[in-house]
Design a protein around this ligand. Structure first.
Ligand code: GLN
Length: 525
């Protein structure tokens, strides 16, 4: 197994995740089987309980793992499917160590960060990377070098460095090269963060320098000199107009050759997949606009996978999809503003929890339905579509979800066998589940068959009591998992498709998600 450890210096938000994913991609382009691990030094066990306000999107894996959004980047860049073990957090590590201590596994020893916590970290890294069957494992250490939280992890990888062969583990450090008021590229922050890294016993093999503009040869030489790496190992990672250009940019800097040399491996079989993809992307000259009516409208990071899925579908259609994120609560305050949706080629309502903004979203869905504007509803976006239909077509004016209000008509509810969930306020239906599709439906056309497997993250379901009544008026449940409704569509509409699952999590560059592709196609028309 070859390990590439990616650390970050100077500050957070430099795009370490994209760097890690891009390094993986350029090696995958050379024919290697690559996997990735994200280390998050927070005490949370996983990202499931974290607010999108703080940490961006919660990404959902096939096994139901609720993880950091960087795992979404890895899955998309590397076209792989990861498991929850690929996101290691401080919380998980300590939980295991404490459980072992209670069981007496440490045989009366004093349990300490070194060696017990660091051993647990190393064991996890080695086990996960081995199990993945990959040849190269990228390990991104979250946070910034010098943070108290990341110390045990950096110590663990330092130990790995002395335990593994020299050619089996290398370190890439991501830093910032800011410009001063004269526009000069400054290397001091990089020098300092490498010094910090060294004080922990780690020496970087390569430095990825994030900069607004291409890092100049002089700047590179200076960094090389001060940080003790060859100039060829200083990579300019300047701002790109799209994250998918980053691997190409790194390749141009000669990074894959350098890494392969360091790891003592030679390229296997060159893949042109990524090159073709970005050529296609660069040649796009059309644009459509879709409205995404959501709650965290101002936070791009909260819905990364949706933005990416729209992009994948757009690339396939040779059309840029410009998504305008509209705040649903604005429509609640000023319902007449809903008319601005008229100028959009499509309307999307994403997933969500809690009542805030839901009435605004319902207004948007009604507008899409009544004006024959393509509609894509995801999870809560399907539940609200069912509520809107029940209210305005069936005439059940107080129809609602029991998550959102007390109502005579809970068209969205917790299924009887899950009553315990209501009481415990706990578990969700998470990860891969199958749906059986109705023959001849839009769903079966999109997925090209009679079943699908997609990822889920929800508690509430369409209430089976209302299905007959709803279907008699023209909304059809064309995907089902037993008595759970997975898809609601309106066949008479130009394009009205909504799902209880989250298709955005499985969308990949070059392999767009079927509902997103169909939505974008309908929007283009
Ligand atoms: N809040 C809804 C539920 O729990 C929808 C969840 C979602 O959109 N991810 O069922």
């Amino acid at each position: 197994m070859k390990y590439i450890i990616v650390t970050g210096g100077v500050m957070s938000g430099l795009g370490k995740g994209i760097t890690a994913a891009s390094i993986g991609r350029i090696l995958k382009n050379k024919g290697f089987n690559v996997t990735a691990i994200k280390i998050d030094p927070y005490i949370n066990i996983d990202a499931g309980t974290m607010s999108p306000y703080q940490h961006g999107e919660v990404f959902v894996l096939k096994d139901g793992g609720e993880v950091d959004l960087d795992l979404g980047n890895y899955e998309r860049f590397l076209d792989i499917e990861l498991t929850r073990q690929h996101n290691i957090t401080t919380g998980q590590v300590y939980q295991t160590v404490i459980e072992k201590e209670r069981r007496g596994d440490y045989l009366g020893k004093t349990v300490q960060i070194i060696p017990h916590v660091t051993n647990e970290i190393k064991e996890r890294i080695r086990k996960v990377s081995k199990k993945s069957g990959a040849e190269i494992c990228i390990i991104e250490v979250g946070g910034t070098v010098g943070d108290i939280e990341s110390m045990p992890f950096l110590e663990a990888v330092r130990q790995m460095h002395s335990e593994e062969k020299e050619e089996d583990i290398i370190f890439v450090h991501v830093t910032l090269v800011p410009l001063d008021t004269q526009g000069e590229q400054k290397t001091k922050p990089t020098q300092h963060s490498v010094k910090e890294l060294r004080s922990l016993g780690l020496q970087p093999d390569a430095i990825v320098a994030r900069c607004k503009e291409p890092v100049l040869p002089d700047t590179k030489s200076k960094i090389a000199l001060f940080c003790d790496v060859p100039v060829s190992a200083v990579v300019s990672a300047h701002d790109a107009s799209d994250i998918y250009y980053v691997p190409t940019l790194m390749e141009k800097e000669g990074l894959s050759d350098y890494l392969m040399k360091k790891l003592n491996i030679t390229e296997k079989e060159i893949s042109h997949f990524w090159e073709t993809l970005i050529k296609k992307m660069a040649s796009i000259d059309k644009e459509i606009r879709v409205a995404v009516v959501g709650k965290y409208a101002h936070l791009g990071d909260s819905y990364i996978s949706i933005n990416e899925a729209l992009k994948h579908a757009g690339i396939e259609c040779g059309c840029r999809v410009k998504a305008d994120w509209l705040d649903a609560e604005e429509f609640e305050r000023n319902p007449s503003d809903i008319d601005i949706l008229r100028k959009y080629n499509g309307i999307l309502v994403p997933g969500g929890f809690g009542v805030r903004g839901t009435e605004g979203k319902i207004l948007a869905i009604r507008f899409a339905r009544e004006n024959n504007i393509p509609y894509l509803g995801l999870c809560l976006g399907m539940q609200l579509a069912v509520i809107e239909f029940a209210r305005n077509v069936l005439g059940l004016t107080d129809a609602n979800s029991s998550e959102l209000a007390e109502t005579q008509h809970p068209v969205i509810d917790i299924l009887p066998e899950q009553e315990n969930i209501r009481n415990m306020g706990g578990t969700m239906r998470l990860g891969n589940c199958e749906a059986v599709l109705v023959e001849g439906s839009l769903a079966s056309k999109l997925y090209g068959g009679n079943t699908l497997i997609e990822r889920h993250r929800h508690r509430y379901e369409v209430n089976p009591k209302y299905i007959k009544q709803i279907e008699s008026k023209g909304m059809k449940f064309t995907g089902r998992n037993d008595h759970r409704m997975e898809i609601a569509e309106i066949p008479d509409h130009k394009f009205f498709f909504s799902s209880q699952f989250h298709p955005e999590f499985k969308s990949r560059p070059g392999k767009p998600s079927p509902p997103f592709l169909a939505f974008v196609k309908a929007a283009i028309q």
